[in-house]
Structure formats: C-alpha cells, structure tokens
Ligand binder design. Structure first.
Ligand code: ADP
Length: 424
C-alpha cells in the first residue's frame, strides 16, 4: 500500500497548492467505542459530541481542513485530532452536531479549532480551511467567512453524500449493518459488486439517489415528508422539546390509540387480501371519530376534551410509523423503477432508532418479497460531512483496491470554481 507512505513535505506541498487536498490515510481505520476521546480542543458547553469516533491509526500528515455540512435542521461537523497520548500514532475523526438555528455555536467551535490549529502549527504554510456543504454552505457563507477569516471551500451536497457513503461502505469495518427484529445489528461486509445502489437520505426532507458507478449518480426522487415533518408536527402536538424526547415517547407509545387499524374496520383480519387486523389502515384515522363521539356525548354539545385524550406517546409512535413506512414504500418503488437491489438509509432522522430501522427494513423486505436489502450506518447523520471532509483527495484515493494507484489524472469537473480531485 505504498500510496499511504508519501512523505510529509509532499503532502504539505499539495496542501499549499490546493488547500484541503491532503490525502487522509484510512488504512486500518476503525470505530472507537470507548472514551477517553482524543485531544479535542473544543471547550464549549452544550455541544453534542457523537460517540463513535473513527480512529485513523496511520494518518501522520498535517490535516489543514475541517468539514461542516449545514442542513435545514442540523449542522454536522467533522474534524481530525491527534490522540491524547502522544505515543499513539495517527489520530481520529470527531463528529459533532448542532441545531442549524444555533449556527453561532457551531462557528464558535470552528473558531476554537482554528485557534488550536494555529497553536499547534504556528504561522504554518497552510492555513486551516473549512470545507462546507449543504444549503447552509451558501446561506451562511458570508457569516462563516467574516467570523472565521479562513478560506471556505464549498462542495456540492449530493457529491459529498456519495463520497461519504462510499468511504463508510468500503473503508470502515462494522459501520454498515442490516436490521431485523431477531438480529438488530448484523454488520455487512463491503460487497465486491457495490454498484448499483440507492442512497435514501432522510434529513429534514428526503433525497433518493441512484449510484451506478464511481462518480455516476442521479437524484431519482425524494419526498418532503421527512425528519423535519416528524420533528415539527410532534413539537406542535406534544410540546416535546428535543428530538430524543420524541423518540423516547414513540418507544413507549401504542399507535392504535390514534391510528385506524384494519381490525377497527373489519373487526378481524382482512385475510383475503393479506391484511392482518393489526395493519394500519389510516394514520391518525381514529382521532376524528373519537373526538366527535366525545363531543356528542358532552352536555349541550360543548367540546369535552377530558373524555378524549390522545397520548403523546401514541401520537409519536403513529407519526414515526407513518413517516418511516411512507419513505420505505417510496424507496422500494424507486428501487424497483431503477433496478436497484441494495438500499442504504442515511440521515439524522434514523438516529439508530430501532423502530425506525425496523419499519424501513420491514417495508423493503415486505414489498420486495425479500429480493431487496435495506442497510443502515452507525454514522448515518454524517455521510455528507464526511464526504466533504474527504472530497479534496488525490484522484482514485480511498478504494482499497486502488490505494496504490494515485497517478490517474484528476477529474476536470468543477464546482464553485474549484478543480475537484475526486475520492471516487
Ligand atoms: P438536514 O441536513 O436537512 O438538517 P439531517 O440529516 O441532519 O438533515 O436530519 C435532520 C433531522 O434529523 C431532523 O429533521 C430530525 O428529524 C432529526 N434529528 C436527529 N437528531 C436531532 C436533533 N438532535 N435535533 C433535531 N433534530 C434531530
């Protein structure tokens, strides 16, 4: 694997001419579950550190960039640090999350990373730069630039997603898994026949992207009923303050408290067309009748809320099923239309939540009669951010099979005036 062993001066030279284009040595990369974490310079209170850093035991070169994916709901940050114990070679990727409306907090953390970079490297020949993707890379470009006084390189969102997914799938052991009730986390090996596949990214909204080969992809569809819908509606209905609170409520809820089930209509299974009595006929379909019945029973036709209360937990569960089932079904239809068997689900909406994964996985298995497979990732929310972190790599970098081949000419495609060195 000689491609991993370029000398530091060569790396520096590359970084000077093309900021952020440092080859990250991913050989032997693995997920770290235990603390203590690395020498993270971030001191800010109230930021959400993700567990599961990715250890890069062989990366010795200078990393002169951090990456941020600023979406409609969340900003995801990825940065590199050395290990606490200086005898440990290499370093690790750190993952951090902010609500996008608290972008100032994210900028504060970026400032601290810049200060630390200057402290470690002094007046280095390469200044730290920020690789930014997602809509916020445009919306907050001036704000980031003014506050940080660094070079901001913008990368296209879909390309970052594909680069990031490819990295996770091909380079990180125990990252990708399949889900079923009996085997909740069955890790999947990288398949030799990776393509074609589909990425279903469930963020605020949902994008479905068919990937046919390295650098060959097309956004084939999506839906606006996504994570933002779940988050928004439940904050109206339940008053829950955080997303995790909503997931916890969904965990203990019973959707039949609000959903109309086949059994509510038939009084039994509708076996002729294969529907069990517990199948959902209509999400929230029972609410109107229950509310109406209670009002009619009330004296003088007054609204009588005391007799009919809908539990926050039940509504949360119902909406989680509704959003996940809907996405699962559309994903299946898209995969059928575009002849794809392998479907990767990413985006922060999933957040490792078992009901969400079970619903998506079940939907794909059910509709495809077991022909298609749903996959999940442990870093599902960071696919775009990692992609941005890795985007500016030497051509052909990053495939296990192509690590030795760094001589291919760089891709000529440009975005925002920058020549791209593709990772894929
Ligand atoms: P985007 O790039 O559009 O912000 P993400 O992939 O970051 O998309 O996913 C955002 C969605 O993730 C939210 O709409 C919500 O459903 C869910 N989510 C997960 N964790 C959180 C959190 N801590 N705060 C808010 N929403 C969260």
């Amino acid at each position: 694997m000689s491609a991993q062993h370029h000398s530091v001066p060569r790396l520096l030279e590359k970084a000077i001419t093309n900021p952020g284009a440092v080859k990250i040595n991913v050989e032997g990369a693995f997920i770290v579950d235990e603390d203590p974490r690395s020498k993270s310079p971030v001191r800010t209170e109230g930021v959400h550190y993700e567990g599961s850093d990715i250890r890069l035991p062989h990366h010795t070169g200078l990393v002169s960039h951090v990456a941020v994916d600023i979406g409609g709901s969340l900003a995801k940050l990825v940065y590199f640090t050395r290990e606490i114990d200086s005898s440990d070679v290499g370093g690790r990727l750190n993952f951090m999350l902010f609500e996008t409306h608290r972008i100032d907090l994210c900028i504060e953390v970026l400032k601290q990373l810049k200060e630390e970079y200057v402290r470690l490297h002094g007046p280095s020949p390469t200044e730290l730069c920020v690789v930014a993707t997602g809509g916020g890379a445009f919306k907050y470009y001036d704000k980031l630039k003014d506050a940080l006084q660094v070079n901001i390189i913008r990368e296209e969102e879909m390309q970052c997603l594909i680069t990031g997914l490819d990295f996770f799938v091909t380079e990180i052991p125990n990252e990708v898994f399949t889900y079923s009730e009996t085997e909740p986390m069955q890790f999947a090996e990288a398949r030799p026949d990776v393509y074609p596949y589909m990425l279903v990214n469930i963020g605020s909204g949902v994008s479905m992207i068919k990937v046919s080969g390295p650098r060959q992809f097309e956004r084939v569809g999506g839906t606006h009923l996504g994570g933002g819908t779940f988050w928004g509606i439940l904050s109206l209905l339940t008053g829950a303050r955080t997303f995790d609170e909503m997931l916890a409520m969904a965990d203990s809820g019973d959707n039949s408290g609000v959903d109309m089930l086949v059994g509510d209509i038939y009084g039994m299974d509708y076996s002729k067309i294969g529907l069990k009595s517990t199948a959902i006929a209509s999400t929230f379909g029972k609410v109107f009748r229950m509310k109406n019945d209670a009002e009619e029973a009330a004296p003088n036709g007054e609204e009588q809320h005391e007799n009919v209360t809908f539990k926050n937990e039940d509504m949360s569960r119902s909406l989680l099923y509704a959003i996940s089932n809907n996405i699962g079904q559309i994903a299946y239809l898209q995969s059928e239309k575009h002849q794809v068997k392998h479907i990767y689900f990413g985006g922060s909406f999933i957040r490792g939540h078992r009901q969400t994964m079970n619903t998506l996985s079940y939907a794909i298995r059910f509709w495809s009669k077991g022909e298609k497979q749903a996959y999940f990732l442990r870093h599902e929310g960071y696919i775009g951010a990692v992609g941005a972190f890795l985007r500016r790599q030497p051509a052909n970098w990053g495939r296990r099979t192509s690590l030795d081949d760094t001589t291919a000419p760089p891709d000529k495609e440009t975005f925002d005036g920058h020549l791209k060195d593709h990772a894929l």
